[in-house]
Write a new protein. Sequence first.
Length: 723
Amino acid sequence: MSQTVRVALNRPIRRLFDYWVPEGRQLCPGQRLRVPFGPRSAIGLVVETGVTPPPGLELKPAGAALENWPALPPETLELLSWAASYYQHPLGECLFMALPPALRRGQPAELTAPESFWQLIDVSGSTNLPANAHRQRELMEQLRLAEGPVPWSQLRQQGYTKAQLHSLGQKGLVRAAEKPAVNQLPSTTESNLPPLTGAQQEAFRALPQECGFSATLLYGITGSGKTELYLHYLQDRLEDAGQALVLVPEINLTPQTVARFRRYFGGRIVVWHSALNDRERLETWLRVRNGEPVILIGTRSAVLLPFTRLQAIIVDEEHDSSYKQGEGFRYSARDMAVFRAQRNHCPVILGSATPSLESLHNARTGKYTRVDLTERAGNATEPTISLLDIRSRPLEGGLSRPAIQAIGAALEARQQVLIYINRRGYSPVLMCFDCGHIAECPHCDTRLTYHRRDRALRCHHCDYQQPAFRHCPKCDSEACHPVGQGTERAEEVLATAFPATPVLRIDRDSTQRKGSIQSIISQVNEGNPCILVGTQMVAKGHDFHNITLVVVINADGGLFSVDFRAPEQMVQTLLQVSGRAGRGSLPGKVLIQTCHSDHPLLQSLAGGNYLAMAKQLLTERQESALPPFRAMAIVRAEAPSMEEALGFLDQIRQQLTDDAVEIWGPLPAALARKADRHRAQLILQADRRGHLNRVVSRLCADLDSRRLPTSLRWIIDIDPLET
Ligand code: ADP
Ligand code: ZN
Ligand code: ZN
């Protein structure tokens, strides 16, 4: 007898497709297959078998399966089905997210050409390398630590180049090697783990001992050694055959974290992030899917991979907004990690020095257990934070005199300094001082940022750029000047003020070239006096031991924003940046420049007590009945005109007559026009999440059944981070 299967396709449509399977062929849920679709064929994933087809419908026969095992095992299938319905996203697109690109395209689930491996020949030879060959020396150190052949893909991920390998090869220091048999990969080198400090031991004992489900919020201040705790935890609790998932916000920014894990777990560590090529993704995916006992360190989408023996999940920097996907399938990897741990009956640990209000709330209500680690590890002490009111002070490139003096003093003492500034580019505005004209993006409701290096005006929201003008396009005046501070300008000012000290800039522009961030990091790690200037990128997880001074150029951005999350995010960013100071044996100092030094939020920030601030912010959220005290969803619409976008949302508003759902809007989005599309939103809130989800799901079904103009696009954002 032939059976009927229900198949999901990688298409943005909220429906599945039925096919009959010719007799004698067996298919199971999660399996990849080829199916006829329209005039062509498509790759599909079996969602259900033994389906009773709707009567009277003539089904087409399914094509061949691509392999005889399910690409998505039952647990992954269940996870993604849950996510599709929770986030109101088409199931097909969700399921295909769990496949590497090659498999989405229908390529075979196997690796073709063998990969090259590299091995160290001569350790002592590194002394003969030229003094400035930092990266080559590091490369040799990596190979030495690995104690065996290392695959090229791994070295590439760490930012090394074939040129560096060949250069070392010519000097007879390294050589290409045979692929080692899997069991020869370097195993755990236990003795390398430094013993936990007293405070860490206490926290360690409070971490889950049982293997069933539990969710723990690890509140560990910056520099308390959360990574050390994760390492010990995994080493202690993970069985030899078990898999673990470690989610991190960014891998390329903090390659030292992966290096620390590799040092202890060797070949068991695999990585997953957007800079991998298709082959590397397929390779990692296969190891995960085959149930190898890997510890996977990955960014957001790693939470979707087909693990089969998951025994522990760690979400580092759980407050980080990059865990929430900002377009398409708008899932939160942190929340899915918790759901996944539940399904797998395993512990999940959410770690942060600045936990999200959501997680703190969950800890309060008993959903999570909170574990505190409030001492810095080693000799390090917490930095002191002072506010520097700049209202009546003259500024030089955004820096006040006292800040410049403090920088000078730190450099004099052969220490390092970090300058945090919220904006890349030279200045956020290029303005005509005669008529007041300001350069704006012709496609977005935003100003163009001035980039001096290539004299360009760029939109940071779309691809638009134009040459900077010398003469005002309005009045032809020559008095056009940059206004405000960006990283490039700070870099220039500091290089002039401290000509003998290297100034290193870390932002999206300066780190585009592969390996550039790694070479900045190694230079900082050498410990010589230098000034680091950067955006949020410098705040994320770095562990530099000789930074004793952090200067925040301007803290005021988040104080008066309309977004209800802005104060929370501001406090988190400022404390994370501050946490880069004083991580070694010397004490750290943080100077926060502001025009509002009497603002209560900044005042408590100077006290450095995150939990007290979070408590205050939670009270405010409760008083205004905002998340996490209520569930929120946003219907976002985009159209060629604002009228259309608002009109569409207004119809929805009329149609939603549920008293338990409070509706705000429709209103234009914060960025009302982006790349010539007009954007508006309708905010829905309800006391009960389940109720809101049902309302939203009915709304989606209704919108799907309607004929809408093709130029109008809508999407539902569940638990939105941006309002
Ligand atoms: P966090 O992630 O909490 O900010 P890290 O895990 O980066 O902190 O640790 C901060 C620093 O303290 C690192 O340099 C780390 O090597 C060091 N450290 C952490 N735990 C210990 C320990 N038990 N003994 C010695 N050094 C430690
Ligand atoms: Zn002008
Ligand atoms: Zn633009």
